[in-house]
Design a protein around this ligand. Structure first.
Ligand code: PGA
Length: 226
C-alpha cells in the first residue's frame, strides 16, 4: 500500500522580521528531505512571504509557502486586507479559522466559509482549523487541523489517542478523503506519537516551528515515517 501523505506545517504567527525569516531558511532549507509524500510548509507573516518565496525558488528547497489568513472579500476597497487573488502569486496554501483569529478578531464560521470560497477560487488550498469535531468544516475542504484551544502555546498537548479519535469523527462526518492534522504544543518530543496514529496526517506547529533546529528535528521524525 502507498504510504499516506504527511504534512508538516510551520505556523509562525506574528513573528520574525524579513532578516530573521531568511536566517531560518538558510538553516532549515538545505536540511529538508525531498520526498513525494512528505509535504513541508511554512506560513510566515505577509511581509516575509515574498522574500521567502524567492529564496526557496533560487535554492530549489522542497518547501511550500502558505499564508496565515486571507480576505473574505474579492479584491477591492477593503483597507488592510490581503485578497486571495493577490496572494495566489506567492502561496499555495492558507491557514483559515485559527482559534486566535476567532478569539482576537471575532472571526465567525461564516467568515471562514467565505474565505474558503475565495481561496478555492484562486487555487489556494485551504487548511481549516477546528477546535473540536463540532466546528463546522465548509464544503470542499480536504485539509483540517484539530487544534484544541487548551493546547495552543501552553506546553500541554492533547493526547495522541484523543486527537486520533477526533480525526476519526471528522473523517466520518466529512468523508474518507479528509486529511486531519494535529496542532497544539507539538515538539520534537511528542511529534512521533501523533504521527504514528492511524488517522492523523501531520502536524501544525506554532512555537516549535520558530526554532530552526527543533523544526528540522520534527521534519526528520516525519521523514523517517514517510
Ligand atoms: P503551538 O501553536 O504549537 O505554539 O501550540 C500551534 C498553532 O496555534 O497552530
Amino acid at each position: 500500500m502507498d504510504k499516506k501523505t504527511i504534512w508538516i506545517i510551520a505556523n509562525w504567527k506574528s513573528n520574525k522580521t524579513i532578516s530573521e525569516a531568511l536566517q531560518w531558511l538558510d538553516f532549515v532549507g538545505p536540511k529538508l528531505p525531498k520526498k513525494g509524500n512528505l509535504k513541508i510548509v511554512v506560513c510566515p507573516p505577509f511581509t516575509d512571504i515574498e522574500e521567502i518565496k524567492k529564496n526557496i525558488m533560487v535554492n530549489n528547497y522542497p518547501l511550500i509557502v502558505g499564508a496565515q489568513d486571507l480576505s473574505p472579500f474579492d479584491e477591492g476597497p477593503f483597507t488592510g486586507e490581503e485578497s486571495a487573488r493577490i496572494l495566489a502569486d506567492l502561496v499555495d496554501l492558507v491557514i483559515l479559522g485559527h482559534s486566535e483569529r476567532r478569539k482576537e478578531f471575532a472571526e465567525t464560521d461564516e467568515m471562514v466559509a467565505q474565505k474558503v470560497i475565495q481561496a478555492k477560487d484562486f487555487q489556494i488550498m485551504p487548511l481549516v482549523c477546528v477546535q473540536n469535531d463540532k466546528t463546522p468544516v465548509p464544503p470542499n475542504v480536504k485539509l483540517v487541523a484539530y487544534e484544541p484551544v487548551f493546547a495552543i502555546g501552553t506546553g500541554q498537548s492533547d493526547t495522541p489517542q484523543n486527537a486520533d479519535g477526533v480525526a476519526v469523527s471528522l473523517i466520518q462526518q466529512y468523508g474518507e478523503d479528509l486529511q486531519v492534522l494535529y496542532g497544539g504544543s507539538v515538539t520534537s518530543e511528542n511529534a512521533k506519537a501523533f504521527l504514528q496514529t492511524a488517522h492523523l496526517s501531520g502536524l501544525l506547529i506554532g512555537g516549535a516551528s520558530l526554532k530552526e533546529a527543533e523544526f528540522v528535528k520534527i521534519v526528520e521524525i516525519a521523514s523517517s515515517l514517510s
